[in-house]
Design a protein around this ligand. Structure first.
Ligand code: SF4
Length: 435
């Protein structure tokens, strides 16, 4: 196993120092997003006292998102940590804020038991009380169905129960460092999960997906959307190309449960004919993720996508998709912060933010609202030894995001639940918290 160094990327020695900096520089943003973005970019540590009670644990729904390899977690956090945390209250009287859990035993943010509750500490200072997500009711009823695997493996929920996340193909055919997106650990994640003995299905059958959804249909009232996704298919997979492989799932789901949930598809940028097929298959929201806006960085960071499709065609297809799905239903993602990764990235925070904002303006001026996730360097990826982008970058990006969203008078993006501080459930960046 390769050795992994964990840079300690924190510039503040106390919660008070962090708060004073926020008040001076970013008080136009909700304070909650400071913790959210900082925890997402650095990861979260758990004291062993935190692991009590009943809650939904991490299902590893697509990537690890963790800062250290599973084998190097001293408390076996990969088996015990919650999927997300919801912080609230504390000395700053925080509004409830949902944050995805990315394990980093070296993080300055630590969850532990405190006054008979879960609580969050930053650099040893008490910051907030913490909820862990409940076990969804349907997880308890899986035995009533014919599933032979844990239901959280086939149809886990994230975003505090809002989104059913169906990673139907757990590999990517962009394989190895010359093709894989340089921040992505989908293939490494699969190998790690297998090594630690987690049942982890390479390709999920439509039959097992439908059976899991039958349990959700019967017992769940929280989930409002599902996502079909997985790695890219460049050759054939089970005799099918990427379009036919992925569309079999929404077709089967929409036939059995028409419009029961909002249907979302995260795949590559497809051509117009294939986009029409997706629309006809019942896909409502399309996510052709462009990952990083800057053309030079796209070619360096996403070499497989750049070679097989290319930056120009990718962006062009996003615009074409808007004509088929409606602009507000095309929501391409970018991995915020990766444009600052060494050795290729921007060294200056403002230059990095301006680059991403240029992409945002390009799309938002045409009615398309991109969204972003927060990059945390995952070990084993080519960018795994890089430092996270600074907190300042994320706060400036959120500010620009909100400004542009307001400038073009765009609607709240569908498929993410409620927007606004204290209400948002989207857990891997704070973009919904600032709208
Ligand atoms: S296309 Fe890139 S981001 Fe998507 S799964 Fe493959 S390597 Fe990961």
């Amino acid at each position: 196993m390769a050795s992994v160094t964990i840079p300690r990327a924190c510039n503040f020695n106390s919660d008070e120092e962090l708060y004073r900096w926020y008040e001076r520089e970013f008080s136009d943003l909700p304070f909650e997003v400071v913790y959210k973005q900082d925890i997402l970019r650095q990861g979260l540590a758990f004291h062993e006292s935190a692991f009590y009670g009943e809650y939904k644990t991490k299902d590893y729904f697509i990537f690890t998102f963790d800062r250290v390899p599973l084998e190097k977690m001293p408390l076996e956090e990969h088996l015990k940590a919650p999927e997300e945390i919801r912080i609230y209250g504390g000395p700053h009287n925080l509004r409830p804020t949902v944050i995805s859990v990315r394990i980093n035993p070296y993080s300055p943010y630590v969850v532990r038991r405190h006054n008979e509750k879960h609580a969050l500490f930053f650099q040893g200072d008490y910051v907030a009380d913490v909820d862990f997500p409940p076990v969804p009711e349907y997880y308890r009823h899986a035995h009533e169905f014919t599933l032979t695997k844990p239901i959280g493996e086939i149809a886990p929920v994230i975003e505090w129960g809002y989104l059913i996340y169906l990673t139907v193909f757990r590999h990517c055919q962009y394989f190895g460092k010359d093709e894989e997106c340089q921040y992505c650990d989908i293939n490494h994640n699969w190998r790690q999960q297998k090594r630690v003995g987690r049942p982890y299905t390479g390709v999920k059958s439509t039959a097992e997906v439908l059976e899991a959804l039958a349990a959700i249909d019967k017992y769940d009232h929280t989930a409002k959307a599902y996502t079909i996704t997985g790695g890219s298919v460049i050759q054939k997979l089970q005799g099918k190309n990427e379009v036919d492989f992925y569309l079999q799932y929404p077709m089967a789901i929409e036939k059995k449960f028409p419009r029961r949930w909002l249907s979302k598809l995260v795949v590559q940028a497809w051509d117009e004919d294939d986009l029409r097929k997706a629309w006809e298959a019942g896909v409502q929201i399309y996510h052709p993720n462009y990952e990083v806006w800057d053309r030079r960085l796209f070619e360096k960071i996403c070499p497989g996508k750049a070679r097989y499709i290319g930056w120009d065609k990718w962006m062009e297809r996003i615009l074409k998709a808007a004509k088929i799905f409606g602009a507000q239903n095309v929501i391409p993602n970018f991995v915020a912060g990766v444009e600052m990764a060494k050795p290729y990235g921007f060294e200056d925070v403002d230059a990095a933010v301006e680059s991403s904002a240029e992409g945002l303006e390009f799309f938002m001026s045409q009615g398309i609202t991109p969204r972003f996730t927060t990059w945390l360097p995952e070990p084993y990826t080519p960018l795994g030894e890089s430092e996270s982008a600074p907190l300042e970058y994320y706060l400036k990006l959120l500010r620009r995001y909100r400004e542009l969203h307001q400038k073009y008078r765009l609607p709240i993006p569908p498929g993410y639940g409620p927007a606004g501080a204290g209400k948002a459930v989207f857990s891997v960046s704070a973009f919904m918290d600032v709208l």
